[in-house]
Ligand binder design. Structure first.
Ligand code: ADP
Ligand code: MG
Length: 706
């Protein structure tokens, strides 16, 4: 008992120490502290959770005497000599020779003299690469290298004698060996930590403890132990994430202060029968799901997902009408002014001659007097639906009775902005629309607190879009297609990305593209649009294109967010490799909106393999979902969670795609746990609650707000 108690006391003390700066660890002074900071390691926690990048399995290491030239191998030996000199052509040449008890091998680097500092005689190092005989020596040119131990370590307790050698991400001055020593020290002092996982799960899956796993990941006692420990930590990481999402979902559903809406009535019906088309099956199903959610006393929290052109706007409008019919107001927030205006125009057009709802548009360029009138009417309830940019979340905006919040293209807004708009109502219903297909991995995480409605059917009468990739010297081929389409009376979008960040160069790039196109298409009317133009000029240029008074519209990326011109059948993208796949797919979605077959022409001189592959993927994959999966494959998901604004804790070890089965299991377990103990009040779940709060800490308002 007493022993148990003291162990808990130690765990408690260590847990609290995690936030302290690394210099609390014995032997870490100001100098080391600075060097660690360059690796992003500031607290004891950062150091303890600085996991190895990879491992070297000693059984895979080849004795130098036995290696075969020309084959990719890893060798490990002690540094015997480091020499640096100039070649006849005044290049610098670094040679590091190592000996492994069987033979010598020389690592050779050209023109990287700074590497000399990294090697010292007596160090144990690993070189990986292909060896060859040159000048009577066995050499490896530019090998990948890792420092396994440095001379200071000789005589000190060795921590790398095991079969599996951890290789921690190291820095310029801080070798992997040094880091490993510091981590060892940190673990000895603070590595005994409370286990956030409930005991029942630990025993169900026979998991090693948190502390033991930490130790094994840093200093594996064997491959099997390493595997089990990594798996446990990955599960833990995903479980904590899912617990946060489950808590959020639970809170929303437990909140019974929303306004339950009645079933769709005359306003909705009038609208549906006034439409010049029939709703698709997918649209009807989505609206039904939405109306059901809104009939409950807790807020809807739903994602409406569908490709560009799948008809999300109509569904959004149906939801808005439902809220208006129930005596409440709606807000539609979008990321850009262009998009806000377009939505506003679409909504008012779709409602045609109907008396309600009364719409208004609020952006930062709304004139002051009008703005004041809109604000007053919104507060009094004279307006039914407010469409706008983030201007909607400013403090002065005050709704009479906000019943429904809709956000379009939510990935451009942070979680925090979502919450700000929701706070303007009394627990309003909430709908997010996105045209970015969300792969399964993300619908389980980034959007894991939301219910999902999918528009998986495009309205009838859409033409096919063919994607063709051109190198810039083949651009005449792309022009040919554009010329032919314009001769048929169709219109052409040309998008050129910002090559540099400055706004000056934006204008210049767009301008020079414009000039080039004028020369290539002397008999066509061409419009130019870029971010540096005055708003009135932009509006005029877009209006001319929309009305077909220009044949071609050259622009920087602004049209990406969606101007709708059904007569446009060509989307030509310059420097296409500078765009992400999902952006390109969005651009492509701008054409093929009428019955005419359309073209997406990608011009790219990309040299890198990755860029080539991306262009191929664009050419071969038309379906947004497969494309999103392919994108995730190419880019990795690091980019998703590095964005602080995602509102989710960073994943240190997990890779969502690779770990999908674990993710699903963690999700089931977490949601079950939260169903049974929604506030995590039971003794066994306390450490978990604390960890969830800590890992989500900058975003607690999102997690715990309803
Ligand atoms: P999204 O917002 O998903 O990109 P929109 O709602 O803007 O798509 O719809 C694209 C176009 O399709 C609009 O012109 C819209 O009027 C039209 N549309 C929407 N639903 C249908 C339907 N069921 N049948 C025919 N056309 C539709
Ligand atoms: Mg849309």
């Amino acid at each position: 008992m007493a022993e148990n108690g003291s162990r808990e006391a130690i765990q408690e003390r260590n847990y609290l120490a995690l936030q302290h700066p690394v210099n609390r660890i014995k032997g870490i002074g100001a100098g080391l502290q600075r060097q660690l900071a360059t690796l992003g390691i500031e607290t004891i926690e950062d150091l303890i959770y600085h996991f190895p990048r990879r491992y070297l399995d000693r059984s895979q290491v080849v004795p130098i005497r036995e290696l075969r030239t020309g084959e990719e191998v890893t060798v490990v030996g002690r540094v015997r000599q480091v020499s640096e000199r100039k070649t006849a052509r005044r290049h610098s040449l670094l040679q590091v020779s190592i000996f492994d008890g069987t033979a010598y091998l020389v690592g050779v680097w050209f023109n990287q003299p700074y590497l000399a500092e990294r090697f010292q005689v007596g160090m144990e190092v690993a070189f990986s690469g292909k060896a060859q005989y040159r000048f009577n020596q066995l050499q490896m040119v530019n090998p990948a290298y890792d420092v396994i131990s440095d001379p200071e370590e000789v005589g000190v307790e060795t921590i790398h004698t095991g079969r599996v050698i951890p290789l921690h991400p190291a820095g310029q001055k801080l070798s992997a060996a040094m880091l490993r020593r510091l981590i060892k020290r940190a673990l000895d002092e603070f590595g005994e930590l409370p286990d956030p996982l409930p005991a029942s799960l630990i025993s169900r899956y026979r998991l090693p403890s948190h502390s033991q796993s930490l130790r094994e990941i840093h200093f594996p006692s064997g491959l099997e132990q390493l595997k089990q420990s990594r798996k446990r930590m990955i599960y833990e990481e995903l479980f904590i994430l899912q617990t946060g999402l489950a808590i959020r979902r639970h809170r929303i559903q437990a909140d019974s202060r929303s306004h339950p809406h009645a079933e769709p009535g005359p306003l909705v019906e009038e609208f549906i029968s006034s439409l010049p088309f029939l709703l698709t099956k997918a649209q009807r199903r989505a609206f039904q799901e939405i109306a059901e959610d809104m009939s409950r006393p807790h807020p809807m929290n739903r994602l409406l997902q569908g490709e560009v052109g799948s008809g999300k706007t109509v569904v959004a409008l149906l939801a808005l009408l439902l809220t208006v019919e129930n005596g409440m107001q709606g807000a539609l927030m979008v990321p850009t002014e262009v998009l806000a205006e377009q939505h506003f125009r679409n909504l008012t057009n779709l409602c045609g001659a109907m008396e309600r709802p009364r719409f208004a548009l609020l952006t930062s360029s709304t004139p002051e007097s009008e703005r004041r009138r809109i604000l007053a009417e919104t507060a009094e309830g004279g307006l039914d639906v407010l469409v706008g940019t983030h201007a909607l979340i400013q403090r002065e905006v005050d709704f009479h009775r906000l019943g429904l919040v809709i956000i379009d293209e939510q990935h451009r807004f942070g979680v925090r902005q979502r919450v700000l708009l929701q706070e303007k109502g009394e627990h309003p219903h909430y709908l997010i629309m996105t045209a970015t297909p969300i792969p399964r991995t993300l619908s389980l995480t980034l959007y894991g607190d939301l219910e999902v409605s999918l528009l998986d059917e495009t309205p009838p009468g859409r033409g096919a879009v063919e994607t063709v990739v051109f190198r810039s010297e083949e651009r005449e081929g792309a022009y040919e297609i554009a010329r032919r389409e314009m001769a048929r009376g169709r219109q052409v979008f040309v998008v050129c990305p910002l090559v540099e960040k400055s706004s000056n160069s934006e204008a210049k790039a767009a301008q020079s593209e414009f000039e080039a196109l004028r020369r290539a298409f002397p008999d066509r009317r061409i419009g130019l649009l870029h971010g540096q133009m005055k708003k009135a000029d932009k509006d005029r240029v877009m209006e001319e294109f929309r009305q077909g008074r220009t044949d071609m519209l050259v622009s920087t990326t602004v049209i990406e967010v969606g101007i709708d011109v059904p007569n446009a059948t060509v989307m030509m993208v310059e420097n296409a490799d500078r765009f992400g796949l999902s952006q390109l797919h969005q651009l492509r979605g701008r054409v093929g909106r009428s019955g005419h077959d359309s073209f997406c022409l990608l011009i790219s001189d990309a040299e890198s393999d990755e860029a080539h592959r991306r262009m191929q993927v664009m050419r071969d994959i038309n379906d947004g979902f497969s494309l999103a999966e392919a994108d995730l494959e190419l880019r990795g998901e690091g980019s998703l969670f590095s964005e602080r604004q995602s509102g989710l804790p960073d994943l240190r070890l997990s890779r969502l795609r690779r770990d999908l089965p674990l993710l699903q299991r963690a999700r089931e377990d977490a949601f079950r746990l939260v169903r049974e103990d929604p506030e995590l009040r039971e003794e066994e779940n306390r450490p978990l609650l604390r960890e969830v709060r800590r890992r989500f800490s900058p975003h607690l308002d999102w997690l715990f707000y309803t």
